[in-house]
Design a binder for this molecule. Sequence first.
Ligand code: NGO
Length: 543
Amino acid sequence: MAGPPPTESGTIGRMFSGRRVLAATVAAAALVSVPGAPASAGGLPASPAAVATPHVVPAPTSLRTVPGVSFTLTRKTRIVARPGSGTAGSYLAGVLRRSTGYPLPVTVSGGSRDVIDLALSRNEKGEGYRLAVTKASVRLEAGTAEGLFRGVQTLRQLLPPSVESPTRKPGPWTMPGVQVEDSPRFAWRGIMLDVSRHFFTVQQVERYIDQAAAYKINMLHLHLSDDQGWRIAINGWPRLTTYGGSTAVGGGKGGYYTQADYTRIVRYAAERYMTVVPEIDGPGHTNAALASYAQLNCDGKAPPLYTGTEVGFSSWCIAKPVTYELLDDVLGQLARLTPGPYLHIGGDEAHSTTPADYATFIGKVAPIVGKYGKKVAGWNEIGAGKIPAGSVAQYWNTAKGSEDGTQTARDAVAQGAKVVMSPANHAYLDMKYDENTPLGQDWAGLVEVQDSYDWDPATLVDGVTEKNVLGVEAPLWSETLVTSDDIEYMAFPRLPAIAEIGWSPQAARAWSDFRLRLAAQGPRWTAAGVHFYRSPQVPWPTS
Ligand code: NGO
């Protein structure tokens, strides 16, 4: 390899002993207070190469810079996407062509100079990848196409922020010489979007998918039904959407996905190696469906549509066979439309269902999910019912102090379930940042960026340890959110914090280091037109 041997560099070259990480963090703080600016603090000379120090989020397992080495994209650069590399090459070309204006042809083979070379390798597995930037080329290797796609997200962050612009910018397009080795801590790194309280179009969902994919998110949980709206067309039950989907919180016009729309979202996500998990909430949070069909109600009377924000007042009629006929159709159709292994059955806040009825309900619905070849996912409450081993319980209560949440999560684990961590006081993107945040709620407290970052999924709930945890997910509930700007303002910069918790080793994570790397994302979001919250906790670059 050309150039001097790799050295551990300030910000994210690390070995994962606690001491080592601390040293790296301190060095980072001294060297880079403003990302991209020449390092001069502490009397150190500015770097001779005008190439920004890499500030990658989520932090890779190891990143070493190679001093004096860099790679510059040119009009002649080619992207070589070798057989088996999936969408990684074309996705990268799509991002880079917009801002560079270069042709960047994608070919299946090619030379060794002026190329970005994506190849499968037996040395890597799963989502793991290895990235080497030298003077002549960029080489990305992974065991799977998915791994290459994750590596592409790291590669993007090595280029100047304006590379994220949707329109042509001047460059130069230079990356620092690096060697990266990386693989994720957790298999499930999710986002959830509530399309029920307010409806978001396919295009809005796609925009959020791309924004999340940049931080290596791999699960998209769609909250498709709630008291205020039913958002997925189900054959044989047209009123669920034509009536039950006709409004939203505050009385807006609502909306719904046809099955073709849903399939478009699933495909768009799959091209970004993101698995869709559809949620049909029950037995609570069911008013929109109950309003659509009188026969679903125990008293045979349909309640009115609901556009408020209270929770806990609705329940499926547990004793009526029609409830399960409906759910068989809904879950069967969703299973057919969803390539991913999970169907999410909700299960939260069933305050109008007796505990015995709740257990009956879970006992009837879980087998329907199994019958259609899928695994059960649900909010942690499902642990109170009988669920098959291999199910997923999503912990959403506030950390500590939630006896019920802790108990049901443990009950789920005792039945062989894994836990996805979404503690509301850390991971809920709909919580306000501070008392002045114009959007969001505060029932779980105010959640500033550091609150979203400083926790460990493996120690949050007593009795639920690392081996029980499948991953993390950042839910975005939409009672107060209407536009894509609203989504982005609540998700950025907290979503990257949750993404890093899901991806990076716990021992490698420190807030003092993360806030600097996060600051470097600001100009990227500005270039991309992402509307984000300029948290005072983060030293955003001023220019
Ligand atoms: C709770 C509730 C949702 C709300 C959300 C608002 C869960 C799992 N159920 O979380 O219906 O929208 O809080 O933050």
